[in-house]
Design a protein around this ligand. Structure first.
Ligand SMILES: [Zn+2]
Length: 435
């Protein structure tokens, strides 16, 4: 295979030369598209296409810039966050004077100023504040998020919006994610290809370490830090309340965690790791964000132009790892029939009949394919526990201490339904099994 050279200096100056290479792709049919894809109508339709970007942080800044330079002219961006001084090393659309302002607003104005002819509409709010009518206006949704809950929410919303009679209701979802030197890009065609919920078990929940592991057999430096954070702090109360920004408090946790790590022969507890675990900081690397954002925007360009096959229908998942030299791989992930969002089968739920209801609910937080923090539960249509409203919570609270079989009378084969306020559109269906 020949090495690829170039990709560099475009000839000429001025507005026309900026779009010269892009226009070659837009205006000429290639092996993957047809004359109709490069017709005046298709080009005009593309000029009108609306793209939604979710997140204006590390990935979002890159995505907005890339989409604008890929010829998308009508872009909306949602982000509820304001700019912090610590963002400035990589979120390159922000300057010191912008600290405290809304990310979406500043990012939109910056890109509009630099790329003539693009319109970027900012929304300084949560994605949950918009309804289906809002999401319906877009042709493509690109996510640069660091929250799994937000991804699950937009995924469920886009899957629910699909109306088989209306082709426009199907919105391709391009999802980028990074963590340190690792990243991934996924393309989802809602209801047709595996959705984010189908792939949820690829994320190990962050706080997934059971308390008993922390208390008895730590295996990793993070376990020792969590032990100091959750258990030792509570027992010894060295300061009235934990301030995660106070170096004295972090030092206390660091020393406690180090001592415990030594006891169990575990290496790797450092001050900065302690700070990271306690503050739940995901390390952000500017170049990883740039690589993943670039691949997300290439997929958007391919979907919009048909110039080359996009991720999605065959292989839908591209992972990138820069941890140990550079490695990428693209693979196929299958749709799950028992996916709570796009499937229609109940999942088997294996439980210990001697568990209390509270133990069962706690297990939902750490199960990789569920990750629910505030579950409510019904069995065979009967409410066992509801988080809301307060009156019903109080009525059902005594059930939490009852055991599943003897206390609540649950039997194998019972239909269990679980809901969570983070995903109002979803009901997780299970068939109970005793382990
Ligand atoms: Zn699914």
């Amino acid at each position: 295979m020949a090495a690829i050279s170039g990709g560099g200096g475009g000839g000429g100056t001025g507005a026309a030369s900026r779009w010269h290479y892009l226009d070659q792709i837009r205006r000429n049919p290639g092996p993957f598209n047809e004359d109709s894809d490069v017709s005046d109508e298709a080009l005009a339709a593309w000029d009108k296409a609306k793209v939604l970007v979710i997140g204006a942080g590390g990935l979002g800044c890159e995505i907005l810039k890339n989409l604008a330079l890929s010829g998308f002219k009508d872009i909306h961006v949602i982000d509820m966050d304001t700019i912090d001084i610590s963002n400035l090393n990589r979120q390159f659309l922000f300057r010191k004077d912008d600290v405290g302002k809304f990310k979406a607003e500043v990012a939109a104005a910056f890109v509009e100023k630099r790329v003539n002819g693009v319109k970027i509409t900012p929304h300084n709010c949560r994605i949950q504040e918009f309804d289906e009518d809002f999401y319906m206006q877009f042709q493509i949704v690109v996510c640069g998020l660091d929250s799994i809950d937000a991804r699950r929410w937009i995924n469920a919303t886009l899957v629910n919006m699909v109306d088989m009679e209306n082709q426009d209701s199907l919105k391709p979802l391009i999802d980028g994610g990074t963590e340190g030197f690792k990243g991934q890009t996924r393309v989802i065609f809602p209801t047709i290809t595996p959705c984010i919920e189908c792939q949820l078990d690829l994320y190990t929940p962050r706080a997934a370490v059971p308390l008993c592991t922390l208390a008895t057999i730590p295996r990793q430096p993070e376990h020792c830090i969590e032990w100091a954070h959750i258990i030792a702090w509570d027992q010894e109360k060295p300061f009235p309340s934990l301030d995660k920004d106070d170096p004295e408090h972090i030092t206390w946790l660091y020393q406690k965690a180090s001592a415990r790590a030594q006891e169990f022969g575990i290496a790797g507890v450092t001050y900065s790791l302690t700070q990271g675990v306690v503050k739940n900081i995901i390390p952000a690397i500017a170049s990883t964000n740039a690589i993943i954002a670039a691949s997300c925007c290439n997929e958007a360009l391919k979907i919009a132009t048909n110039a080359a096959p996009a991720l999605g229908f065959e292989e839908s998942y591209m992972m990138y790892s820069g941890d140990d030299s550079i490695y990428t791989s693209t693979f196929r992930y299958d749709k799950k029939d028992d996916c709570a969002v796009c499937g229609n089968l109940a999942k088997p739920l294996a439980v210990d009949p001697a568990w209390t209801l509270q133990e069962l609910l706690d297990s939902f937080a750490v199960k990789p394919d569920l990750q629910l923090k505030k579950p409510s539960i019904r069995a065979e249509g009967k409410t066992l526990y509801m988080q809301f409203p307060p009156g019903i919570e109080e009525q059902t609270r005594p059930n939490l201490d009852k055991t599943l079989k003897d206390g609540l009378g649950l039997e194998p084969g019972f239909e269990i339904a679980v809901t969570d306020p983070s995903f109002p559109a979803l009901t997780f269906q299970f068939i109970l099994k005793f382990a």
